[in-house]
Design a binder for this molecule. Structure first.
Ligand code: PRP
Ligand code: URA
Length: 207
């Protein structure tokens, strides 16, 4: 299932991210803000349980988060900016990292790092990567999470291509995808069109 978060604030910020004239500092700030708005939607179904609390006036039951604890997992390197932003919303979440880069010729993901919370099987996992292009990286990352025992996984991306969504739906049909937009297609180099360019390079200023 794919959820496109159509909120005007998010759409405005995404348009600014797409603009070639947006510099590194502003791009980073926008990526963090968009990640928070995506998380707001992705975490809409977190469980709440009434808990007895005392306000300055009365004692009463109020909703508090309950259910499974959370894990945020970043696909390095671009996913890091998303988990860094979201962890402020859910400070008790554990954070994992999956290092993958896309081989420029084959467009296949190459794994170089994996460090996940030991109790990942007991947590709801929110996997972050700003770009879902061919879907190779996200699919491989989801497989690593499953191999480590993860049972509940949501994928959060800023931009997706239809090709990437199709790969996740084929390989991991139970994984929900939350995105800010689904663009037109991939170009011959596997870049999302119209897209926003290379997310890692724009976040870290490496090009
Ligand atoms: C980018 C992006 C995704 C991947 C998406 O990472 O951040 O991880 O490409 O492409 P895919 O869906 O076709 O696999 P990249 O390989 O450029 O690595 P980086 O984040 O380290 O720059
Ligand atoms: N990775 C990116 O950073 N951008 C794309 O458009 C495709 C893959």
């Amino acid at each position: 299932m794919v959820t496109v978060v159509a909120h005007p604030l998010l759409q405005h910020k995404l348009s600014l991210m797409r603009d070639i004239h947006t510099g590194v500092k502003e791009f980073r700030e926008l990526a963090s803000e968009v990640s928070l708005l995506l998380a707001y939607e992705a975490m809409r179904d977190l469980e709440l349980t009434p808990q007895r609390l005392t306000t300055p006036l009365v004692e009463a039951d109020f909703p508090m988060l309950s259910g499974k604890k959370l894990a945020l997992v970043a696909i390095l390197r671009a996913g890091l900016i998303m988990t860094d932003a979201i962890v402020d919303l859910v400070p008790a979440a554990k954070v994992g990292h999956i290092g993958l880069y896309r081989d420029p010729q084959s467009l296949k993901p190459v794994a170089y790092y994996n460090k996940l919370p030991a109790d990942i099987a007991e947590r709801r996992v929110f996997l972050t990567d700003p770009m879902l292009a061919t879907g190779g990286s996200a699919s491989a990352a989801i497989q690593s999470l499953k191999d480590a025992g993860a049972q509940s996984i949501k994928l959060m991306s800023i931009l997706a291509a239809p090709e990437g969504i199709a790969v996740i739906e084929r390989d991991h049909p139970e994984v929900e995808i939350v995105v800010a937009a689904v663009d037109s297609h991939l170009n011959e180099h596997g870049y999302i069109v119209p897209g926003l360019g290379d997310a890692g390079d724009r976040i870290y200023g490496t090009k």
